[in-house]
Ligand binder design. Structure first.
Ligand SMILES: [Fe+2]
Length: 243
């Protein structure tokens, strides 16, 4: 499996505090069957701006060095959406944000309150500019999760949806689980990521979600959401039926 949403870089956001914990998280993921982690520190968040991609690259290299060759780490970011994002991307061609694994895929985190620009319009603008927007855990953003029309419009506009593994398995509450079920029933989910933040409360595990999706929606769907589509992100290739 490939995890496209996980926080393992120490000291840059609300992920691990130490290099040791970050390394232990990666080893836990590897033992769970994850061979590649696209690590996604928060970026442009009000608490964790992480404006210097070079600093994140260095932090990623430090963890990889301690791990040796496996699991493989690739750098990305979870980019907070605000009213300036489109102008920023247009202004510097995206040099100040970190796409997933050097691809054209951007992992976007919508704020907990509705944005002035409707999400589907943002997705459309990003797609026109050549980006492939992925919306991080819409099931955990109440104003999106409670608006089925907005979720459908997002996908229709070219966005891809990543839900969190522990949401699917019920660890994030009934509302998040029901939203995931609704999305999975309509084939509106493109990826499952762990959104792991630490070793114990939010561990970087994917196999429980793989089993839950395989049981409810078939082994092929689990393969697609946890292995095949994430591999296409790493290869910067299009997702069939999406984007
Ligand atoms: Fe996250």
């Amino acid at each position: 499996m490939i995890d496209i949403h996980v926080h393992v870089l120490p000291g840059v956001d609300d992920g691990p505090r130490t290099l040791e914990e970050g390394v232990a998280m990666c080893r836990l993921a590897a033992a769970d069957g994850v061979e590649t982690l696209v690590v996604t520190p928060h970026q442009r968040h009000e608490l964790w701006a992480n404006e210097e991609p070079a600093a994140l690259t260095a932090a990623c290299s430090a963890v990889q060095e301690r791990l040796g060759g496996a699991p493989r780490l690739l750098l990305g970011a979870e980019i907070r959406v605000d009213g300036d994002l489109l102008d920023l991307l247009a202004g510097d061609g995206g040099r100040s944000v970190v796409p997933l694994a050097g691809s054209h895929y951007l992992l976007l985190e919508f704020p907990p309150f509705p944005t002035r620009l409707p999400p589907s319009e943002l997705a459309q603008e990003l797609a026109i500019a050549g980006w492939r927007p992925i919306v991080a855990h819409p099931e955990r953003i109440p104003w999106l999760a409670e608006d089925p029309a907005a979720l459908e419009a997002l996908v229709a506009a070219g966005a891809l949806l990543q839900v969190t593994g522990s949401s699917v398995t019920g660890g994030m509450g009934r509302g998040a689980a029901e939203c995931c079920e609704w999305l999975l029933d309509r084939q509106l989910v493109h990826f499952i990521g762990s959104d792991g933040h630490n070793l114990h409360a939010r561990p970087p595990l994917l196999s429980p979600a793989f089993r839950a999706v395989a049981a409810g929606w078939g082994e092929g769907t689990a393969q697609r959401l946890l292995c095949e589509n994430p591999a296409r992100v790493v290869a910067d290739a299009a997702i069939p039926g999406g984007g």
